[in-house]
Write a protein that binds this ligand. Structure first.
Ligand SMILES: Nc1ncnc2c1ncn2[C@@H]1O[C@H](COP(=O)(O)OP(=O)(O)OP(=O)(O)O)[C@@H](O)[C@H]1O
Ligand SMILES: [Mg+2]
Length: 874
């Protein structure tokens, strides 16, 4: 093995991580740095030393136009016959994840999984890694990733993996350049001037070793391409030909393929290997360095490159089961359109099946550009696939164009079932793009076309269910339930569980709205169960979404949080990008209601930053929530953001958008002391006619706040407040864990001690406009010593814990474990974990023992200044 200089610290960090893994405290080590800095070399050295302590699975991502789906895992499993190899053959992502977990759980010895060059990873691989990262903590496994961090900008898909690593056990090793002393060692045998080399290479080991290898050329080559070529020039003709041929195949080339493609030039391999240009193993042949491959590739004249791609293509096509993505890569470069057309659909479908949506989209885009090479029905199918991938990736209006083209084609093809199916999706995509009328038109046409066939079918059931869904979204409960039940009956008749799930969800969601209890929930649960069992990810996400909205509507926040944790993990794993955003913003709503304003704000901003492409509709709840949160704190950005949502909410025409916006605007207007918003009264009216009870109560409360007489026939805390029963309302809000609302109820009391307690909570939350309002009231009542702000607030309200957190705190102090607390409070351990960490943070301590001390010490009335809730900085 070559010398390895100035990497001792990194090697021991890797060794430590492996030690941890041996103790079942697995983790990720991310080795980063510019091209040629020595990532691969470091990892190899580590593996060479770890080989007898651990089992190694290794693979690399490659720089294909459209990377191979799960390429690195395929590499890693190449030799094995274990569960991973089997799952990969099957190609289904969930199975791959399970199999990988199984491999990494091997109790006999720790496993090291190496994935090189993750900046080129396909979506499915990223997804698997993200999934793994969260689970490594208890596994005897170490995942080592290498990454050229300078190739990863802010919208790089890798960012979500890096985000996940921020909360997983992960170590980052950023490799630095070599010192001049190290450069001197590397060039010592060449007679070159070390300081000149160090200056020219700035200590990048690749440049340095290349220059050293091309000596005795006395001059320092000006560029690396020159360095590489100079080195190539010293090889025999065979070896050069071999390198050129391999240079057109990115990444590691399976050895059998390399041998086939090289033909007679295969004789050049040993020399290219011994001269350190290529690495040859029984599995793979690869350029020792990807930069060198690119240098050789780009230095070739275009005609030669073309000829070599042709040869690569020919050889691939002669293999028994050519890898479709590889074929497409060379076919594109060789201008072999017929092969792009022949293999493109398979490559696209493989990527779709594995959930590598970006790669699928790239393939489909290429194919759609050459649509006239396909028969008509295939054209329609490709357009539909393209629309679907865009939809899944969270694009707002973009799916409409290809889907409309597909529908037009289907009209000419005389297959009503296929046309109906395509129309159903067109309807969904219209809705997604905030075009209600278009959605309705397409759904009606679908129903018509399918009914004309005269027989029940899964497609007709789905058309009916789509109409039910649109009715549900328009709050036409009767239509929604009637159509939904008809759809469900037909779905049962034809044995289509996915459509049955869809229909039940519409029925349940619609029925739920007129009630303040569990009505409709069992249908929703069944819908979720069916969708999960059928592995219909998109449907499952919709069920998760509706169920969690419902729990939030019912203000059952602990349950909502548990469901959302599960739902978000599922949506991320299944790459339902738009749903993942939507669910995350629902979780932010829970945080908001529970008084975690900072966390809610962060989540909203993250979603908005990540979801730049999503349709306007899907981001409305996030924008409304963020606007409301900011307005609650008195931040002028809040009202402005809310005002900007008026237009999109109006065009959506949906009460589920208009209603929350009206409530948010009303709160902002109240805080600012301005007139109630024009949309408040009509929204309340509509909520009443549509019998959307949770909204009736909330909007009714704000109408009352604005000085109108309002009657609410409900026992909801908002209704209690309107009815003057503030004390009961305060208790009810406390039970729900909503500090802001609890405070607003408390200050309705005319008794100063209650008002001061409420004020303290508002101060704690940083709800400045509301706090100012209370102070004004107290002054009006003649109170002379009004608490001045957060200092007093912390005193009277300890560290600003929510009522639920106070309950948890008491049990922590009593020495109970999280599991015991979960039992006692009927919560999941996860939820308790979450409360406990919030408590630690608020008390400014780091361990449970310190909690007891902080609370029990004599001056406990003034614990340290709470961090998150009172901190407005962002
Ligand atoms: N610490 C080191 N000491 C001496 N030589 C090194 C060191 N690190 C790397 N090298 C040499 O530099 C060359 C490039 O290293 P390597 O291939 O590991 O870079 P890399 O970071 O993996 O690059 P890429 O991002 O292109 O994959 C290798 O030929 C290796 O021998
Ligand atoms: Mg490398």
């Amino acid at each position: 093995m070559d010398v390895l200089l100035e990497r001792d610290a990194e090697l021991s960090a890797l060794d430590r991580a492996l030690d941890d893994a041996t103790r079942r405290q697995g983790g990720v080590v991310l080795v980063t740095g510019e091209a040629g800095i020595g990532k691969t070399t470091l990892v190899r050295r580590f593996l060479a030393g770890a080989g007898d302590r651990a089992r190694v699975l290794a693979g690399a991502c490659d720089d294909l136009h459209t990377p191979r789906t799960l390429g690195p895992l395929r590499d890693a499993a190449r030799r094995g016959a274990g569960p991973l190899a089997e799952a990969l053959a099957d190609g289904e992502r969930e199975r791959v994840m399970e199999a990988l977990l199984e491999e990494l759980a091997d109790p006999l010895r720790p496993t090291v999984l190496v994935v090189e060059d993750v900046h080129w990873a396909d979506d499915a691989t990223l997804d698997v890694l993200r999934f793994l990262a969260r689970r490594l903590g208890t596994l005897p496994a170490l995942v080592v990733l290498t990454l050229r961090d300078d190739e990863v900008d802010a919208d790089h898909p890798l960012q979500t993996l890096l985000g996940a690593l921020a909360t997983a056990p992960a170590t980052r090793l950023k490799l630095h350049r070599l010192s001049q002393a190290a450069v001197a060692v590397l060039v010592s045998h060449t007679g070159l001037d070390a300081s000149a080399v160090a200056a020219a290479t700035r200590g990048n080991p690749f440049y340095v070793t290349e220059i050293a290898a091309s000596a005795p050329a006395t001059e320092v080559p000006r560029t690396v391409v020159d360095a590489v070529l100079a080195r190539m020039a010293t090889l025999s003709a065979d070896a050069q030909r071999a390198c050129e041929q391999l240079a057109i195949i990115p990444g590691a080339v399976p050895t059998d393929l390399a041998v086939a493609v090289l033909g007679d030039h295969v004789d050049g391999l040993p020399e290219a290997e011994s001269r350190g240009v290529l690495d040859v193993t029984p599995d793979h042949v690869a350029f020792r360095h990807e930069l060198a491959r690119r240098a050789v590739e780009t230095a070739m004249p275009g005609a030669r490159r073309l000829a070599l791609h042709r040869r690569g293509l020919e050889v691939l096509l002669a293999t028994p089961e050519p890898d479709a993505a590889r074929v497409v890569h060379h076919a594109v470069e060789a201008g072999a359109l017929d092969q792009v057309v022949a293999f493109g659909p398979a490559a696209a479908r493989e990527a779709m099946a594995a959930g590598a949506h970006r790669q699928a989209r790239a393939h489909l885009e290429r194919l759609v550009a050459h649509l006239d090479h396909f028969p008509l029905h295939e054209q329609a199918a490709l357009l539909e696939d393209q629309a679907m991938e865009l939809y899944v990736l969270g694009y707002g209006v973009e799916p409409l164009a290809p889907q409309s083209r597909a529908v037009e084609l289907r009209r000419t093809l005389g297959d009503p079932v296929a046309l109906g199916h395509s129309l159903i999706w067109l309807s969904r995509m219209h809705w997604w793009a905030a075009d209600q009328a278009g959605a309705m038109r397409a759904a009606e046409e679908a129903q018509e076309v399918l009914e004309a066939t005269g027989e029940p079918s899964p497609e007709l059931a789905m058309a009916l269910s789509t109409r039910s869904q649109l009715a549900m979204l328009a709050y036409d409960h009767e239509d929604a339930v009637a159509m939904g039940e008809k759809a469900a009956a037909m779905a049962r008749e034809v044995g289509d569980d996915v459509t049955l799930s869809h229909a039940l969800l519409n029925v349940g969601s619609s029925q739920a709205r007129g009630h303040e209890d569990d009505t409709g929930v069992s249908e929703m649960r069944e819908a979720l169960r069916l969708a999960l069992a059928a592995r219909a990810d998109n449907h499952a996400c919709r069920a998760y979404t509706n169920m969690s909205w419902r729990l939030v509507d019912l203000q059952r926040f602990d349950e909502a949080r548990e469901l959302l944790d599960e739902a978000i993990a599922f949506a991320e794993r299944s790459e339902q990008v738009a749903f993942a955003h939507y669910l995350r913003s629902t979780l932010a709503k829970v945080d908001f209601m529970e008084g975690h304003l900072d966390r809610a704000e962060r989540a909203c901003r993250d979603v908005l930053a990540a979801a730049v492409r999503s349709g306007r509709t899907s981001l409305l709840p996030t924008r409304i929530l963020l606007g409301r949160l900011l307005a609650r704190r008195g931040d002028p950005e809040g009202p402005a953001l809310l005002a900007a949502q008026r237009e999109p909410a109006r065009t959506s025409g949906e009460l589920q958008r208009v209603g929350p916006l009206a409530a948010a605007l009303a709160e902002a207007a109240w805080g600012a002391g301005t007139d109630e918003p024009a949309e408040l009264a009509p929204a309340l009216e509509e909520a009443r006619t549509r019998e959307y009870l949770p909204l009736v109560n909330e909007l009714g409360y704000w109408r009352w706040r604005a000085g109108h007489a309002v009657v609410l026939a409900s026992e909801h805390p908002w209704a209690l407040q309107v009815a003057g029963r503030w004390e009961e309302a305060a208790t009810a809000w406390q039970a729900r864990g909503c500090p802001f609302e609890q405070a607003l109820a408390l200050v309705e009391s005319q008794q100063p001690e209650h008002m001061v307690a409420g004020l303290a909570v508002l101060d704690q939350l940083g709800a400045d406009p509301a706090a100012r309002w209370v102070r004004r009231r107290l002054r009006e009542q003649g109170m002379r010593t009004i608490p001045r702000g957060p200092t007093a607030a912390t005193r009277s309200h300890e560290a600003g814990l929510t009522p639920r957190q106070v309950e948890v705190l008491e049990l922590v102090v009593a020495g109970r474990t999280n599991a015991e607390i979960a039992d006692a409070l009927v919560l999941s351990v996860r939820t308790v974990d979450h409360h406990v960490s919030a408590i630690l943070q608020k008390l400014g301590v780091t361990s449970r023992t310190d909690v007891a001390e902080a609370v029990l010490r004599p001056d406990a009335a003034t614990p340290p200044r709470p961090g998150p809730t009172a901190n407005h900085s962002r």
